[in-house]
Design a protein around this ligand. Structure first.
Ligand SMILES: Nc1nc2c(ncn2[C@@H]2O[C@H](COP(=O)(O)OP(=O)(O)OP(=O)(O)O)[C@@H](O)[C@H]2O)c(=O)[nH]1
Ligand SMILES: [Mg+2]
Length: 469
């Protein structure tokens, strides 16, 4: 969708496709009264549900249901909105949608002009886009709507709800207000250069900036947690054949997803499953055992395993404790470790997991954790470790769902504030540069709530919405 600030009236089926008890057709635009008259056969009281037949062109009922009129500006989009709640069949809703389009084009008996000129089917996200453009919600809230719909865990849904209610936006506004205050101070000083040092010192500009930085750090932490809830991380289980990788995936998932057998080289294809730990989605991939093989299919499996490892956010390097002390086993593990170190950036954690503790006579080596995929011993400890590897910390005040975009923008603010601090601390107090960094910091903050921003950015965000939202 290209981002156009059109005000054409729009219509869409707002509920999911398929069969359901109730389905909703939603219309938004200016002055819907003539359309309402045609489809509902009467005027509607504002914000009151009325049970009536929806009428076709000759007045025959298409369906019976509830009609609600939300006159502008007290509606989701800020425009006039009509909601028709009909029976939730695909055909019924399509008929109703078609009827709205048809009625819009019909000549109004009073004016002789179309009842609702230009009514068209909405683009994905266009209702939310209008809500944003009409100041009903800010950009972070609009994104939270999509995130709430897409949420795959309860924790994600709760934090999306928190963002939607404006908790995240309020924190951004608090930061912005503090930043504006500081900017005014600096800009004022620029106008009276002879007093500059004294003035900024008296107002404790440095103290204000430090406080702003620590407030930002707190918001960044919660936003990072929110992004984690939304996106999760990818965990790859790797190791030699027979180490128990498939058994571990099954133990983590609590289901027999991957084939387990005593035959080395059982797993060929990657088997992936998303599990939740405290609401954080972890996308866990079981891979083929890593070894040189002359079997063509196994070779492909091993190549796929390395492909998975390269895209991992964290790796569980599995070892068989019952064989760990055998020299050739240790040598093969050492070779795999070199491979891991060669392919993974330093930021990707690799956890050594010593499996088959139930059957192992020896104590586990000091690094990593020991467990038994078979008995479940140590699996809870692994879950906690996985959360820590994902960077999860439970934060006291609750997380709001954030996106990678928000985390990036906050990172930009951080950079500009750090530069501002260095200009302020410099002997000569580089006030012009200081002012500029503060301005850039504020721009980055505004990107989050969309108080201003490039139109193409808005287009990208809203086009990922579903139609009718
Ligand atoms: N005693 C014991 N046996 C285990 C444990 N975990 C796995 N095994 C056994 O080890 C063998 C290999 O297990 P898998 O889970 O198939 O191992 P894998 O690493 O997926 O093997 P490949 O797919 O061939 O690479 C099976 O016979 C399992 O029953 C464990 O914790 N304790
Ligand atoms: Mg396997």
């Amino acid at each position: 969708m290209t981002f156009a600030r059109t005000t054409d009236p729009i219509v869409a089926i707002a509920t999911a496709s398929g069969r359901g008890a109730v389905g909703i057709v939603r219309v938004s635009g200016a002055r819907l009264a003539p359309l309402i008259e045609a489809v509902c056969g009467r005027a509607l009281k504002p914000r009151e549900a009325t049970y009536l037949p929806f009428r076709d062109a000759v007045g025959e009922p298409v369906d019976h249901g509830l009609a609600i009129h939300f006159p502008s500006p007290n509606s989701f989009t800020g425009e006039d909105v009509l909601e028709l709640q009909a029976h939730g069949g695909t055909v019924v809703l399509q008929l109703l949608l078609a009827r709205c389009l048809e009625a819009a084009a019909e000549a109004d008996p009073v004016t002789g002009r179309p009842r609702l000129p230009g009514l068209r089917v909405a683009e994905p996200g266009e209702f939310s886009q209008r809500a944003f453009l009409n100041g009903k919600i800010d950009l972070a809230q609009a994104e939270a709507i999509a995130d709430l719909i897409d949420a795959s865990t309860e924790a994600a849904a709760r934090s999306a709800g928190r963002s939607l209610s404006g908790a995240f936006s309020r924190e951004i506004h608090t930061l912005r207000d503090a930043l504006i205050h500081l900017r005014m101070l600096v800009e004022a000083t620029l106008d009276f250069p002879e007093e500059e040092i004294d003035f900024l010192q008296k107002a404790d500009a440095a103290g204000q900036l430090t406080k702003l930085q620590s407030q930002l750090a707190a918001v960044q932490q919660r936003a990072r947690q929110g992004a984690l809830l939304r996106e999760g991380i990818k965990v790859v289980i790797a190791g030699q054949p027979n180490a128990g990788k498939s058994s571990l995936l099954n133990a983590l998932a609590g289901a027999e997803l991957a084939i387990v057998s005593a035959v080395a080289g059982t797993t060929r294809d990657v088997v992936s499953q998303t599990i939740q730990i405290h609401g954080v989605p972890l996308h866990v991939a079981d891979t083929a055992g890593l070894r040189d093989s002359s079997d063509e299919v196994e070779q492909i499996g091993v190549a796929r395993a390395w492909g998975q490892i390269e895209s991992a956010d964290a790796v569980l390097f599995l070892h068989d404790l019952t064989r760990a002390e055998q020299p050739d086993y240790a040598a093969a593990d050492a070779q795999i470790l070199r491979g891991l170190q060669g392919k993974l950036p330093a930021s990707v954690p690799v956890l050594d997991v010593w499996n088959k503790q139930d059957a192992a006579p020896t104590a586990a080596p000091a690094r990593g954790i020991a467990l038994s995929a078979k008995t479940g011993l140590g699996i809870e400890a692994l879950r906690d470790q996985l959360l820590a590897m994902a960077g999860w910390q439970s934060v006291p005040e609750g997380v709001y769902l954030a996106r990678a975009r928000h985390v990036q923008a906050l990172g930009k603010v951080e950079t500009h504030l750090a530069l501002a601090a260095s200009h302020l601390a410099a002997q000569a107090q580089l006030l012009d540069l200081l002012a500029e960094e503060l301005r850039l910091a504020q721009n980055a903050l505004n990107e989050i709530t969309g108080e201003f921003g490039a139109d193409d950015l808005l287009g990208v965000i809203f086009s990922r919405f579903c139609i009718g939202k």
